[in-house]
Design a protein around this ligand. Structure first.
Ligand SMILES: CC(C)(COP(=O)(O)OP(=O)(O)OC[C@H]1O[C@@H](n2cnc3c(N)ncnc32)[C@H](O)[C@@H]1OP(=O)(O)O)[C@@H](O)C(=O)NCCC(=O)NCCS
Length: 205
């Protein structure tokens, strides 16, 4: 199957942010995120104690990007280029039609609507450029910020699915409606398809 070479993807610019492909200069940001108790509160992974761990992580992730296995962006303020967090698409299915989104924001930049802005643009990139059918998100059932962010972006809770590795996790998915041509969507609307699905179509176009 033909798939995008992740080495070639470009930065994404939004109203207030620029999303830049992870590079070797980003280990300070990765260390700040991974060593923060606040950021890691709902994520089951050990805290970084040493900057070397971040350097190792960045180098390994860059290899995975170059192998088109993951895409990781740093999220930067458009004006100052100060790094504020990261967002990624990873865990691609074999047919490259499903991927998982992951995100984390430094505490001082949370609650400013930045991740909402970043997530919208990554969802759009995933559906429009990578031609994904589905984007998934695994999050702790206690992580109210992450749950609110996903619900706000029309991700649907999959009540029947479990993350066997982390039982506190719940699973959300967002499906692309791109497959349905406009005339089909109009017919669905006429026969009473839920209005929320129609709105999501508009949002993604
Ligand atoms: C989850 C996280 C990414 C949200 O990022 P953010 O930049 O603060 O999110 P936004 O400012 O775009 O807010 C999105 C929505 O979530 C809400 N929200 C943010 N933090 C919240 C919290 N702690 N409790 C409840 N709602 C919260 C916001 O109010 C907003 O909803 P609204 O527009 O209806 O008011 C951020 O809190 C974070 O990085 N947490 C640590 C890492 C993490 O848990 N990552 C997810 C792993 S699955």
């Amino acid at each position: 199957m033909k798939c995008m070479d992740f080495k070639l993807y470009l930065d994404i610019t939004t109203e207030r942010l620029v999303l830049c492909k992870l590079n070797t200069n980003d280990s300070d940001l990765i260390f700040a995120l991974r060593s923060s108790k606040d950021v890691t509160k709902y994520i089951a992974r050990p805290l970084y104690k040493d900057k070397k761990e971040a350097i190792f992580n960045v180098n390994k992730t860059i290899k995975s990007i170059n192998n088109s296995e993951v895409i990781v962006w740093t999220i930067r303020s458009k004006n100052s280029l100060i790094p504020t967090g990261t967002i990624c698409l990873w865990n691609f299915s074999d047919d490259r039609k499903t991927a998982e989104v992951g995100y984390e924001m430094l505490p001082e930049f949370q609650n400013k609507g930045f991740m909402n802005e970043a997530l919208k643009s990554v969802v759009s990139f995933g559906f429009n450029e990578l031609k994904l059918n589905t984007i998934e998100a695994f999050t702790s059932k206690h992580n109210n910020g992450s749950i609110r962010l996903l619900e706000k972006n029309h991700f649907m809770l999959q009540k029947d699915r479990k993350d066997e590795d982390f039982l506190d996790n719940i699973i959300f998915t967002l499906a692309s409606n791109k497959k349905k041509p406009l005339y089909k969507r109009m017919v669905l609307q006429l026969i009473g398809m839920p209005i929320r699905t129609i709105k999501r179509d508009c949002l993604l176009e």
